[in-house]
Design a protein around this ligand. Structure first.
Ligand SMILES: CCCCCCCC/C=C\CCCCCCCC(=O)N[C@@H](CO)[C@H](O)/C=C/CCCCCCCCCCCCC
Ligand SMILES: O=c1ccn([C@@H]2O[C@H](COP(=O)(O)OP(=O)(O)O[C@H]3OC[C@@H](O)[C@H](O)[C@H]3O)[C@@H](O)[C@H]2O)c(=O)[nH]1
Length: 397
């Protein structure tokens, strides 16, 4: 009997400590977010020697927001940069979109790379490889197709590139869009993901998501260039790991990344989160235990049971208070990340937040039980450690 009791008490203490640690993460994210995000950039002095930046834009297909998203790269206030568009398929309609913008803004230095090159499994790397090799500057910005820039976003990122810094990345967030899926995306990126991202950046844990990331080209070249990371689907995590291993600092910029893809529906969003969860599990297997536990509904239930055993607290009352306080912390964090009025009402926030919190653990279970990864039109399998293999090359799955 005694071993059973010790085991129960052992679990109860573990859940209670984990629950306390989660509140610490809430606090870190709120204070660090307030301290780091949305700092005003100093006026850009054009006679200052700002370094040149090569911006790599991997494109695949056209969505209703692509033109306006890309246009924001042509209208940035930054002295020296080149835009290198990468399109794998020569029939891709994105080429026409790019050409029309190049015609509209002839003064911006641009180039278009069509056809990609097969240097690994990761299709984004394959698409960008030629442009990476041809880029003219030591600072490379890899920026996904759905990202929008403000006039001073690039300046903000470069300002964070100090002597010891090798990577400056934007914390994923979203622009204001209409509809439930857009509300859900904003709530997820501004609460659950921001909490982890900000806490990780604060304590220097690698959490790099590569949708908008400025890095030093020569450090990548020492490792063989971008192609050396083509064997991973989560190239972002491994690139950042390489920089950290070499003694460089990585940091977030003060402006979060404005994702503004024209494809915005609940199914695609959930598929993307499930794909990311599969990447994390393959790279860091401990995530399989810790990630579900870091969810509000799960850790609340575990801590409710633990405190009823340890302190005889009423579990239902505990659980409801836990959810309420977590909800309020999330509202506060989202307001800090948004830094302005939110495009939805408090009622919509409640619905979106409850939906996200209840579906999060379910999506994670889906990810655990279906290890195959679908990304755009390809299917992959991941081995432990993160090395990827394409299942049926270049075919739909
Ligand atoms: C009491 C501490 C408990 C910590 C438990 C942590 C469990 C992980 C929970 C949630 C993970 C959220 C990850 C946030 C962003 C990741 C987005 C993403 O998956 N991006 C991939 C695709 O672009 C990319 O390849 C992966 C990047 C890095 C993943 C690293 C995951 C571990 C994060 C751990 C953060 C813990 C912070 C603790 C600080 C004390
Ligand atoms: O086959 C592909 C798929 C994607 N891409 C490009 O890669 C970028 C990201 O693609 P998606 O928006 O589909 O995917 P995500 O937002 O989930 O990507 C994110 O997660 C996985 C990481 O490896 C990426 O670095 C990160 O950007 C886009 O610019 C897209 O055009 C390709 O060039 N080829």
């Amino acid at each position: 009997m005694a071993p059973m009791i010790y085991t129960l008490y052992g679990f109860a203490i573990f859940f209670f400590v984990f629950w306390c640690a989660m509140w610490l993460l809430h606090l870190i994210a709120i204070f660090y977010g307030k301290y780091r995000l949305h700092k005003k950039n100093p006026e850009l002095l054009l006679d200052e020697p700002y370094p040149g930046v090569s911006i790599l834009k991997p494109l695949m297909g056209v969505d209703p927001h692509l033109v306006s998203n890309l246009e924001t790269f042509f209208t940035m206030r930054y002295p020296t940069y080149e835009l290198l568009f990468c399109v794998e398929d020569e029939k891709d309609p994105a080429i026409e979109v790019v050409n029309s913008l190049i015609e509209k803004y002839p003064k911006v230095q641009t180039d278009v790379f069509i056809g990609g090159s097969t240097v690994g499994v990761n299709p984004k790397i394959n698409n960008m490889h030629k442009a990476f090799e041809a880029s003219n500057y030591d600072l490379i910005l890899i920026s996904d197709s759905g990202i929008r820039m403000k006039e001073d976003t690039l300046q903000d990122m470069v300002n964070h590139m100090t002597e010891r810094t090798g990577i400056v990345h934007q914390m994923p967030f979203t622009s204001d869009r209409n509809g439930f899926a857009a509300t859900l995306e904003k709530i997820y990126f501004g609460t659950a993901q921001s909490r982890m991202y900000l806490s990780a950046d604060c304590v220097r844990v690698n959490c790099h998501t590569g949708m908008s990331t400025l890095m030093r080209k020569h450090v990548l070249e020492e490792e063989g260039g971008l192609k050396s990371f083509g064997c991973y689907l989560a190239e972002d995590f491994f690139i950042s790991k390489h920089f950290l291993d070499k003694g460089w600092k990585t940091t977030i910029s003060s402006q979060p990344a404005m994702q503004n893809s024209g494809v915005c529906d609940v199914h695609s969003f959930q598929a993307r989160l499930t794909r990311w969860a599969k990447l994390r599990m393959a790279m860091l297997p401990l995530v399989i235990v810790f990630e579900p536990l870091s969810e509000c509904m799960v850790i609340g239930a575990c801590a409710g049971w633990a405190t009823s055993l340890l302190f005889r607290w009423e579990p239902l009352v505990f659980y409801l208070i836990h959810i309420l306080v977590w909800f309020l912390c999330d509202w506060l964090l989202l307001s800090i990340v948004q830094n302005g009025s939110l495009p939805f009402s408090k009622f919509e926030f409640i619905i979106g937040w409850l939906f996200r919190e209840c579906t999060g653990p379910y999506l994670f279970i889906l990810a655990v039980f279906d290890p195959s990864i679908r990304w755009r039109n390809r299917c992959f399998k991941l081995a432990w450690g993160g090395i990827a293999q394409e299942v049926s090359p270049r075919s739909k799955c």
